[in-house]
Design a protein around this ligand. Structure first.
Ligand SMILES: *[C@@H]1O[C@H](CO)[C@@H](O)[C@H](O)[C@H]1NC(C)=O
Ligand SMILES: *[C@@H]1O[C@H](CO)[C@@H](O)[C@H](O)[C@H]1NC(C)=O
Ligand SMILES: *[C@@H]1O[C@H](CO)[C@@H](O)[C@H](O)[C@H]1NC(C)=O
Ligand SMILES: *[C@@H]1O[C@H](CO)[C@@H](O)[C@H](O)[C@H]1NC(C)=O
Ligand SMILES: *[C@@H]1O[C@H](CO)[C@@H](O)[C@H](O)[C@H]1NC(C)=O
Ligand SMILES: *[C@@H]1O[C@H](CO)[C@@H](O)[C@H](O)[C@H]1NC(C)=O
Ligand SMILES: *[C@@H]1O[C@H](CO)[C@@H](O)[C@H](O)[C@H]1NC(C)=O
Length: 834
């Protein structure tokens, strides 16, 4: 058994060895396959199961929509037998578990029905950011139409909206939203004329317009681990007499280091088009393929090569032209790959100004080299790139912005979604194009003007610029810009201790050397401004030992700078994993969780209306010199809604922490924070991130993974190894129960923060009694039952705790949160010594 566990642990802790096999199929983490309008799931010819809307976890918001179907027909896949027709705008929402590249595939087949003539249906399809189809119509085709997109999803919520044209309808037969590998499109490509580096590909959305297997057969989704279709090239060949196909067994094809079938299956590289009878007739000519494309857009052209024609190395040198411009000159695959039959690809970005009448790709022998006069191409992908208004169809963006012809995409500004500090950057910072309105910002002389309505009537608000004696509510002390420049050594990049959508956080020193955290708003980020504003509004209402407090602000020269108390020990997360800091004891972790729970409890109950934090996570729990936990970052916070919960349109928060119910119903309540806090508790116990995309699929999401083990009663198997043996099993049990309740599927089943706090206090008492008991065991082996001597008396607690019979010692309860209506179990008496 012990050996088994050791093996299991080795397996779990070393996932890379499992995933590295190049031929392993790609298992998408997000894999939504929907057979729209269907009553039963359907299996496509490649074996994938498309679920009905009601079986899927996604959420469809539509009004007066119709399900239509045909009994059976000569269709390529059963997914085309049903459709859903929308006469009003309709939205499918998806809860994504992993940021990054995703395929969006929309299947259309105009089935005959008595609701609407789908041949005439004209509609648009958009995502939150991109226009995918604009006044789209199937035009009398009686064939299945597949539209495939590749988008970098950065928000945990993703939606697809169908908008019928006036007096028309929209429809769809099937939808796929499926994770694609990160490696599929990297940051850089080569620009065609001038031949320079093109950077920033992940900020574009792509539409596959052509995917061609040169010289080989049609490759269906069943033969491509990413479910792609590769068509044959003859329809695009300009002069068939110039081209000749060569095919080898797919197994001959090798992938180089870092390459894999994810880029293209072996079958693509195992066939090639080369020059027909090269060396014979007219020795030099080009093989040309022509493609019709919408010339208003730019394209990324991916060229796939694999030298399966040469008999020896260094015998093939050729050129590739796109729209008559040199795209690759003197390609020498032997030199590039060091071997024959090895796959290679190159991405060329063709800017819309280079489009002419369409897209032509040519290969021809180079003048250099002494080898055969030949040239090859194995595969080709043509991906349309989104334009300056993030559209892939038409000149208008989702928000009505119009593409300015010939305009450049300009600077790309990084904007976080939510408050994303460094630790989160790897997972999902969102890039928004900088098309925002700096003038608005410049028009506002002072950010404090935003706050005036909030503080109307607050006479102490910013009446004096000498804030040193002001510790009342409000923005605190006023700092001059030069004072803060001095404090941060002129905003020295070495002083940066945090980065977010709003700008940077610097460590500074004011007055007599008091350390402060200085958050300087970045006027270029509109989202940052909103969050900044929210943060100020929230903090000016809040003051609590377990909330990070605001010291002051500066709004000189259109700056927006906030000064906070400095939390020298940084985020809780850094002490749990990833930073090699000394491990926290179980007691310390409990105390930190208790502190954070107090802060949240105060947020929820301490103000008249209550406030929902909305971004509870271990990077937003900061630790001071004494490891006192304080909740920070109120950029997404909202006043708690009265009554039934507030329906908010944009679901915000962080991957791995997001309440599934909030996502589904978009109703914001304080129980969403409770859910996120449950994830925090598990991180404290297991010392691993809420989401770790590097782990095998079932382990990626900590909440799911830990709850699986909890249900089996084996949670101790996945706790932080450093806690094994020192954690009191009873304390852990109590703690895990608290986490499990927080993670309940429905908000109503989750405890309040007050209840959670109570359970954590109890877990702490169990642990302390245990440690003490242990210590006493060592000196006095007969000591008994210290551990049982904990009897909190909580009237507000919904749970009946088992009360040990002999030792009913009343606990001391004190309400430290004056604002809070609920009693706080601030200090359960340390019973030893009483
Ligand atoms: C239908 O025709 C319009 C106008 O000619 C065209 O823009 C659109 O691409 C066509 N749709 C399809 C699916 O071919
Ligand atoms: C998606 O975009 C974000 C923000 O630009 C970036 O950080 C991330 O690396 C991108 N994902 C991929 C897979 O390129
Ligand atoms: C596709 O894959 C299947 C199963 O692996 C195989 O039997 C079939 O021959 C492949 N198709 C082609 C065109 O090679
Ligand atoms: C091949 O095409 C390129 C670009 O269109 C052209 O410059 C070149 O002369 C052609 N080569 C031959 C041998 O026709
Ligand atoms: C295309 O390239 C030209 C010249 O390099 C540049 O001025 C233009 O802005 C680019 N257009 C787009 C849409 O990137
Ligand atoms: C601010 O007020 C304190 C106490 O009233 C005083 O000692 C200090 O000199 C004042 N500072 C400025 C800059 O006015
Ligand atoms: C840390 O604890 C010490 C001793 O109780 C106290 O003097 C100090 O002010 C505390 N530091 C912070 C930042 O609260």
């Amino acid at each position: 058994m012990a050996i088994l566990l050791v093996l299991l642990y080795a397996f779990l802790s070393n996932p890379t060895t499992v995933l590295s096999a190049a031929s392993a199929p790609f298992i998408p983490q997000d894999n939504f396959l929907i057979d729209s309008g269907a009553d039963n799931a359907a299996t496509s010819p490649d074996g994938r199961v498309f679920k009905t809307e009601s079986q899927s976890t996604q959420f469809l918001k539509a009004q007066d929509d119709f399900k239509v179907s045909i009994p059976s027909a000569d269709v390529p896949s059963p997914i085309y037998l049903t459709a859903r027709i929308f006469v009003h705008e309709a939205t499918y929402s998806f809860h994504m578990t992993r940021p990054g590249w995703h395929w969006i595939r929309l299947h259309f087949f105009p089935i005959t029905n008595n609701v609407f003539d789908l041949q005439k249906a004209t509609f648009s399809v958009t995502t939150d950011k991109n226009v995918l189809l604009h006044t789209f119509n199937v035009n009398n085709t009686n064939q299945a139409i597949l539209k495939e997109y590749l988008v970098n999803i950065t928000d945990p919520q993703f939606s697809i909206k169908f908008v019928p044209q006036k007096n028309s309808a929209a429809f769809v037969n099937a939808i796929e939203v499926v994770s694609a590998p990160d490696t599929l499109i990297t940051d850089t490509a080569t620009n065609l004329s001038p031949m320079t580096n093109f950077q920033g590909l992940p900020s574009y959305a792509f539409q596959t317009v052509y995917r061609v297997n040169m010289g080989g057969p049609l490759i269906t989704p069943a033969n491509d681990t990413l479910g792609r279709t590769w068509v044959t090239d003859e329809p695009y060949l300009k002069n068939k007499n110039f081209a000749k196909s060569v095919t080898v067994a797919p197994s001959v094809v090798k992938y180089p280091q870092g390459g894999s079938p994810l880029i293209a299956p072996q079958m693509v590289y195992a066939s090639v088009v080369e020059m027909a009878d090269a060396n014979v007739n007219q020795p030099k000519f080009n093989v040309t393929w022509n493609f019709e494309v919408d010339v208003a857009f730019g394209y990324m052209v991916r060229l796939h090569f694999c030298d399966i024609v040469s008999k020896a190395l260094n015998n093939l040198y050729f050129n590739v032209y796109i729209n008559e411009n040199m795209a690759i000159s003197d390609l020498d695959l032997s030199h590039t790959m060091g071997a024959l039959a090895t796959s290679y690809y190159k991405d060329i970005v063709v800017n819309s100004s280079m489009m002419g009448h369409g897209l032509s790709v040519q290969i021809g022998p180079s003048n250099q080299g002494s080898g055969d006069l030949n040239a090859i191409l194995n595969g080709l992908e043509v991906l349309k790139m989104s334009n300056t208004v993030d559209s892939l169809d038409g000149e208008f963006g989702v928000d009505g912005r119009k593409e300015e012809s010939g305009s450049n995409r300009g600077t790309v500004a990084a904007v976080g979604f939510g408050m994303m500090f460094g630790a989160f950057v790897g997972l999902g910072a969102m890039v928004l194009k900088w098309h925002k309105r700096p003038q608005d910002w410049q028009k506002r002389n002072s950010f404090s003007s935003w706050l005036l309505p909030v503080h109307a009537g607050d006479t102490s608000f910013m009446t004096s610029k000498n804030g040193s004696q002001k510790t009342t509510l409000g923005l605190g002390r006023y700092f001059s810009f030069s004072e803060l420049q001095e404090a941060t050594k002129n905003f020295d990049s070495k002083a940066v201790i945090g980065v977010g959508g709003f700008g940077n956080v610097y460590l500074g020193e004011i007055d007599d050397g008091t350390k402060v955290a200085v958050k300087r708003g970045n006027p270029q980020s509109e989202q940052g401004i909103t969050e900044f504003q929210t943060e100020i509004q929230m903090l000016s209402k809040l003051r609590h030992r377990h909330l990070v407090s605001l010291i002051g602000y500066c709004d000189e020269n259109s700056e927006m700078i906030l000064v906070y108390e400095y939390m020298s020990n940084g985020p809780f997360r850094d002490h749990l994993y990833g930073k090699n800091l000394p491990a926290l004891s179980w007691k310390q972790r409990l105390e930190i969780c208790i502190g954070a729970a107090r802060g949240l409890h105060y947020l929820h109950t301490g103000t008249a209306q209550g406030i929902i934090h909305r971004d509870v996570k271990t990077t937003n729990i900061l630790l001071d010199d004494n490891f006192t936990a304080k909740v920070s970052d109120f950029g997404l916070s909202k006043d708690a809604p009265m009554g039934q919960g507030h329906v908010s349109t944009a679901v915000k928060g962080s991957f791995g922490y997001l309440d599934p119910e909030y996502f589904r119903r978009q109703q914001l309540t304080d129980k969403s924070d409770v859910y996120s806090f449950g994830v925090v508790l598990l991180e404290a116990l297991c010392a691993r991130p809420a989401l770790n995309p590097q782990l095998p699929r079932e382990q990626v999401n900590l909440a799911d993974w830990a709850m699986q083990w909890k249900r089996k009663g084996l949670l101790e198997k996945i706790i932080d190894p450093l806690l094994v043996g020192v954690i009191n099993p009873e304390s852990m049990k109590k703690f895990a129960e608290a986490a499990e309740k927080c993670l309940a599927e429905f908000g109503v089943d989750r405890p309040t923060m007050g209840d959670v706090l109570w359970n954590l206090e109890y877990a702490l008492q169990l642990q302390e009694a245990f440690s003490q008991g242990k210590a006493e065991d060592e000196s006095k082996p007969s000591a008994t039952a210290v551990a049982a001597a904990v009897t909190p008396t909580a009237s507000s607690n919904s749970e009946n705790l088992p009360v040990p019979a002999e030792s009913q010692v009343p606990a001391e309860v004190s309400a430290i949160d004056q604002h809070s209506g609920t009693a706080m179990f601030a200090e359960l008496a340390n019973l030893n010594g009483r």
